[in-house]
Design a protein around this ligand. Structure first.
Ligand code: NAD
Length: 397
């Protein structure tokens, strides 16, 4: 069947198997072209491994370091009867797994709710079956709107709201290609609590405790989770908003996990990454407009990176290659250093007040934003013949 994009708001309901596979191949080629990463991880667990920063981490671990990998994710398989393609993360994982095994690497996939005890146990079993039987890298890269507490069964939902007072700001309606004004409402105390429950550090800590208890953490094991800080303009909705409170909790958890991993001569830290178009970030108000301007400025300056480039740089310059992590005052690695450099930020905020619906194409890289968004689902990828019929089946076993 022929597969075309079916976009609804900030998600695309369809995904293209060959397009997703080509994206994965391109990312692998990028990582390989950067050269082997010396003294890298040998066996990695990636929680949230099917798209965005997690997929890029898995590719960097496997094809930069030559590591075996266990990937955990929550994706929808194909529905052949109703002719519904699988989700992009499913096809990404199928393509990654094929290439990893062709390269002689162990690649195991666990599809299900990473917040549950059951999936943690399945991941532990998969690690035990791997050649080393342990992991020396645990990447925590989940982005989820909800979490069921494994102990109580209570369901928590995260919100993207402000804390204290509402924020009115310019935003971009990506469907209509229009500049609009959005008022982001104030989160209640319960909503903040719930958002921290979902996107904070509690589950990361539960993962490390479960892995430790099962004896599958190798000596010197490193764990890294991803955060976003961003410019002051997005503080009300991001850093100082409900999601920011969750990220602060993730940073707090990093200290506790670091102390725990030190017992294995390892470490844990947060990497603050660059703003990029992913399935998670396209849902945040204000961010698509900021990203459209940011891409324009960073591409013109020649310092734009995608998820793969960010993660390859994290692995090659902060984690391995005999390098030492370059922590900021809060103990975080700053992969957002190019984004937040004064030169880039000055230009972004010179453009910000001038953008209107009419000059969107000229002052911002909205074209690049849309291309990146469609690309997440395997559409508009160079070298893919979209007129050809696709087989929606793909195995992740
Ligand atoms: P993404 O949406 O591309 O990836 C999310 C991953 O989590 C997917 O693999 C998905 O399958 C998995 N997932 C979601 N819910 C799950 C569940 N219940 N069980 C198992 N797997 C589940 O998101 P992303 O943008 O790559 O975000 C990953 C991390 O990076 C997040 O912590 C995010 O805050 C952070 N980050 C993102 C940006 C950005 O601009 N995109 C910037 C800095 C930091």
């Amino acid at each position: 069947m022929k597969i075309t994009p079916r976009i609804k708001g900030f998600i695309c309901l369809t995904a293209h198997p060959e397009g997703c596979a080509k994206n994965v191949d391109d990312a692998i080629a990028f990582v390989k072209a950067k050269g082997a990463i010396e003294n890298g991880c040998k066996s990695a667990l990636i929680i949230g491994s099917s798209t965005g920063y997690g997929l890029a981490s898995r590719i960097s671990a496997a094809f930069g370091c030559g590591a075996d990998t266990v990937g955990v994710f929550f994706e929808r398989g194909p529905d052949v009867e109703r002719e519904r393609p699988a989700s992009a993360g499913w096809y990404n994982t199928a393509a990654f797994t094929r290439r990893a095994r062709e390269a002689g690497l162990y690649a195991a996939n666990i599809n299900g709710d990473a917040f549950s005890d059951e999936i943690k146990q399945k991941a532990i079993e998969a690690i035990k079956k791997s050649p080393l039987g342990k992991v020396d890298l645990v990447v925590y890269s989940l982005a989820s709107p909800r979490r069921t507490d494994p102990k109580t069964g209570e369901v928590y939902k995260s919100v993207l709201k402000t804390v204290g007072k509402p924020s009115v700001n310019k935003s971009l309606d990506t469907d209509k290609a229009q500049i609009v004004e959005v008022e982001v409402p104030v989160a209640t105390d319960k909503e903040i609590f719930d958002t921290v429950k979902v996107m904070g550090g509690e589950d990361w800590k539960l993962w490390i405790e479960a892995l430790d208890k099962a004896g599958v953490l190798a000596e010197g094991c490193t764990s890294v989770a991803y955060s976003y800080i961003g410019p002051e303009l997005t503080y009300p909705i991001y850093r100082e908003g409900s999601i920011g409170q969750a990220k602060k909790d993730l940073e707090r958890a990093a200290e506790e996990i670091d102390a725990q991993l030190k017992l294995h001569r390892g470490k844990a830290f947060i990497s603050a990454n660059k703003a990029l178009v992913t399935q998670a970030s396209s849902a945040i108000p204000v961010v698509p407009l900021y990203i459209s301007i940011l891409y324009k400025v960073m591409k013109e300056k020649g310092c734009h990176e995608d998820c793969t480039a960010q993660m390859q740089r994290l692995f090659a310059t902060q984690l391995y290659n005999d390098s030492f992590a370059d922590f900021d005052g809060e103990g975080r690695v700053r992969m957002d250093n190019y984004e937040l450099s004064p030169e880039i930020q000055k230009q972004v905020f010179e453009i910000w007040p001038k953008v209107t619906t009419e000059n969107l194409g000229e002052l911002t890289d909205f074209e690049g934003y849309k291309k990146a968004f469609l690309g997440l689902f395997g559409f508009g990828v160079e070298g893919v013949d979209y007129d050809k019929d696709s087989d929606i089946n793909a195995s992740i076993d």
